[in-house]
Ligand binder design. Structure first.
Ligand code: ZN
Length: 535
């Protein structure tokens, strides 16, 4: 009997955390995210864990976003000394994300303490400190995706590409249960098909139990091409009037996607060569990590690198790390594109740029990410005529462009398609979504895919027992015994190679290289393929 307790990311989109317990192996955790969005939700960060952090041997981290990683320093502060297994890019991103999260916790506590002092109330200690974050980083144990590893006796695991942000992973977990082995898959956050920079989510075919995210379980995204056109319109509008284009963006992935798209526009001559400022120390550091991790790019991003360009670079791009450089941006007249955080306009340097530009007719505010209720960004999107910035009322005269097509999350269609690849009829747990989103996805999974789906509540305990028919077993002692999945995965890789090859041939770029030899080589490969099961 395996027990999974949903300690976060159940009935909500934040705080992801699942405790896996089995009689034969130690306790493990999958993700340890921060609860975000309102005081009530955030108060969950202060609650007891419901287990002893010192007893946890292994924490699997699907990706670096703080709603999946942001409580790790608290776990360490409370006694966790085990390994944090995650992909190498996630480990790199965690270094900047967790230190930044600790800094925010410290600043918040300091601000709250100052406020309390005036009311003769007690001091506030931060949820965790920079020291706790630094101690967490020492426990990171990066593991390349696609390899099966024995985590401890009776438990094996493998990370797969989730296509959501750089380094994001799906977790496959095999847990021995008496004579049987149960396979549990955690989707983590899944990206959408053809998303920029990262490869498409890995398709998985077998699991006994599947935990699938449902952030956009009730939504279909707008297409990327339409969104790109809207962004060009926004830039051209403000350039024609000599004003600035302000883009609030999240530091990891969205910022790099925007840089990627702007680079593409510029190379294709679709926008004029105006200054572009990346005005966020965190986003600058994240972009450097993206630049270092080329081997995780998808084919299109690789092609840009191969043709000698930096996918996140432009001749007129300036990284403004210091406050002085940041302030100088608004002193320069004329058009410019300014990308700054926070993504929902609630904190950070974006507030200065809004104060300088929001009231200017001809300026553009381009919203490219999710805006939660109650945030300044949401108020503007909802049509507020003025908003409060640094305690000052600022009129909204800039043109607001809300562009919804740049999501890094699979939508309902993508999620259903991903789940449909499972051939083993897994029992599905729909997690990581607001109630309406999880319910919509759960219904569709049951109706369309004929699978049993359940939406666990926060703190709900799930008992997983071996089914009568176990699709696959991993005999003990061998590292890779599950050969059906690697076989199917190799076929998928082959299909992708063929698709890429067909694309190159059709485009005409290899015309001069096609001869009799090349055709013969392909025919030889075809014969070899046919002979795989002939002995
Ligand atoms: Zn995420």
């Amino acid at each position: 009997m395996i027990r999974i307790t949903c300690l976060g990311g159940a009935g909500s989109v934040t705080g992801s955390c699942y405790l896996v317990e089995s009689p034969h192996s130690k306790k493990i955790l999958v993700d340890c995210g921060l609860f975000q969005g309102g005081r009530q939700m955030e108060s969950r960060n202060l609650e007891e864990w419901g287990f002893d952090p010192g007893e946890i041997q292994t924490l699997f981290l699907t990706h670096a976003h703080v709603d999946h990683s942001g409580r790790i320093p608290k776990l360490v502060k409370d006694g966790f000394k085990g390994k944090i297994i995650t992909s190498p890019p996630t480990a790199e991103l965690c270094e900047i994300m967790l230190l930044d999260a600790a800094h925010i916790q410290e600043m918040d506590a300091e601000w709250q303490t100052r406020k309390n002092k005036r009311q003769a109330k007690r001091d506030i200690t931060p949820l965790y400190t920079t020291e706790d974050a630094e101690a967490s980083l020492k426990l990171l144990s990066p593991m390349e995706r696609d390899n099966i590893v024995t985590v401890e006796p009776g438990m094996k695991a493998r990370l797969r590409n989730a296509g959501h942000i750089l380094g994001s992973s799906i977790l496959e977990l095999w847990v021995e249960e008496g004579e049987e082995t149960l396979k549990i898959v955690f989707s983590g956050d899944l990206g959408r098909k053809d998303q920029l920079i990262v490869r498409d989510p890995h398709e998985i075919f077998d699991a006994d139990y599947l935990f699938v995210e449902s952030t956009y379980g009730n939504r279909l995204h707008r297409d990327v091409e339409g969104s790109k056109k809207e962004l060009i319109d926004a830039i051209q509008y403000s350039v024609s009037l000599g004003e600035k284009i302000i883009i609030p963006a999240f530091a990891v992935e969205r910022t790099q996607e925007i840089l990627y798209i702007l680079g593409e526009f510029l190379r294709d001559g679709l926008i004029p060569d105006i200054p572009v400022y990346l005005d966020s120390p965190l986003a600058i550091k994240a972009t450097e990590i993206f630049r270092r991790n080329k081997k995780y790019y998808d084919e299109e991003a690789r092609a840009i690198v191969d043709s000698g360009y930096d996918p996140f670079g432009m001749p007129n791009l300036r990284f403004t790390s210091t406050t002085k450089e940041s302030m100088a941006i608004n002193e320069r007249p004329g058009s410019a594109i300014i990308i700054a955080g926070s993504g929902m306009c609630t904190a950070g340097r974006i507030k200065h740029h809004l104060k300088h530009n929001l009231w200017r007719e001809g300026a553009s505010l381009v919203i490219v990410g999710f805006q939660a209720k109650g945030t300044t960004g949401r108020k503007i999107v909802d049509g507020a005529k003025q908003v409060k910035i640094f305690r000052e009322n600022v009129a909204v005269r800039a043109k607001v462009f809300t562009i919804g097509g740049f999501s890094a999350h699979a939508d309902q269609g993508d999620l259903l398609e991903w789940v449909s690849h499972f051939e083993s009829n897994p029992k599905v747990f729909v997690v990581h979504g607001e109630a309406t989103a999880s319910e919509a996805l759960s219904e569709k999974i049951q109706e369309r895919l004929n699978l049993i789906a359940h939406i666990p509540k926060w703190k709900e305990r799930l008992i997983l027992k071996p089914k009568e028919v176990v699709v696959e077993k991993l005999p003990a002692g061998e590292e890779v015994t599950d050969m059906k999945t690697p076989m199917i995965n190799t076929i998928i890789d082959l299909e992708n190679e063929l698709k890429a090859l067909r694309k190159r041939i059709k485009s005409g770029e290899v015309d001069k290289m096609i001869g009799e030899d090349e055709v013969d080589r392909l025919k030889y490969i075809q014969d070899e393929l046919k002979s795989v099961f002939i002995s």
